[in-house]
Design a protein around this ligand. Structure first.
Ligand code: PEP
Length: 271
């Protein structure tokens, strides 16, 4: 499996002109890179022109959807509409939506089911809010295990085995997101502990094959300097990038750094 880099542009940039410039610069720099999968998730209104100009190695995703196919839901976008716009993916369960729009695991579960029906692949975000969930010596506590386990199980309630292949889980500790006060990246070790716990949960809910083949990403203050450190961990299959994805030179440096790492890892029979 190629490493996966997901760019979450959030509500950026402010104009279509800037979005065209950002996309154009990224595409120009990374269009020849084949050993990394890149998924761009811009705001809905930029998807149309990007989908017309995107290259083979750049896939598109939305940042949210509503759970019904169409109807009286003012301001919402359906999974079918995203698919029709050229998207293959959708980010669900992002902590900013949980905080600002009171999204619960139950809502997220409905959105996952609706997205799967429209044949979208899901990038499901999970993560604990507070770094206090770590012991004083920085070690993983049982509290984090419980939070992650509950999020995974509630969000995937009623999702059966064949459908799980379309789900990627992104471990995004809320305290590590660059825009939260004092946001700084987790350590690769933190990310690995979370990935092990997520795989264990998936093993208990489904089976070993699913737990092993699940793609798990890390997100939270990832940039061109630290991305490779996360990717070196065997349980981490990629990164979800917020702030660094709306700076074209920083983002292309990140993609190139991961691409270079993967080549050398491949020579060592990586995975
Ligand atoms: C995010 O919010 O999804 C994210 C990963 O943000 P950042 O990279 O800016 O921490």
């Amino acid at each position: 499996m190629k490493p996966l880099i997901v760019a979450n542009w959030k509500m950026n940039p402010i104009s279509r002109k800037q979005a065209e410039h950002l996309f154009g610069s990224i595409r120009k720099e990374i269009c020849g890179i084949q050993n990394v999968e890149v998924i761009l998730c811009p705001p809905f209104i930029y998807l149309d022109f990007i989908s017309k100009k995107t290259s083979k190695n750049i896939k598109l995703g939305g940042q949210n959807i509503f759970w019904d196919r169409q109807g009286p839901y003012t301001g919402e976008i359906s999974p079918q509409m995203l698919k029709d716009m050229g998207c293959d993916y959708v980010i669900l369960g992002h902590s900013e939506r949980k905080k600002n729009f009171q999204e619960t695991n139950e809502f997220i579960n409905k959105k996952i089911k609706a997205s799967l029906k429209s044949r979208l692949k899901i990038i499901l975000c999970v993560g604990e809010e507070s770094r206090n969930s770590f012991n004083e010596d920085g070690r993983w506590t049982g509290e984090v295990d419980l939070i992650l386990k509950e999020q995974v199980l509630q969000c995937l309630e009623g999702i059966d085995e064949p459908q799980v292949a379309n789900i990627i889980i992104a471990y995004e500790p809320v305290w590590a997101i660059s825009t939260v006060e004092s946001g700084c990246a987790a350590t690769p070790n933190d990310a690995l502990s979370a990935s092990l716990l997520i795989r264990k949960t998936m093993h208990q809910k489904y089976n070993e094959k699913i737990a092993r083949s699940l793609r798990i990403l890390y997100g939270g203050s990832v940039d061109s300097k630290n991305a490779v450190d996360f990717m070196k961990e065997d349980g981490i299959d990629g990164v979800l990038v917020g702030g660094a994805s709306i700076n074209s030179s920083e983002f292309t440096r990140l993609v190139k750094a991961v691409s270079g790492q993967y080549l050398s890892a491949e020579q060592r029979n990586y995975r």
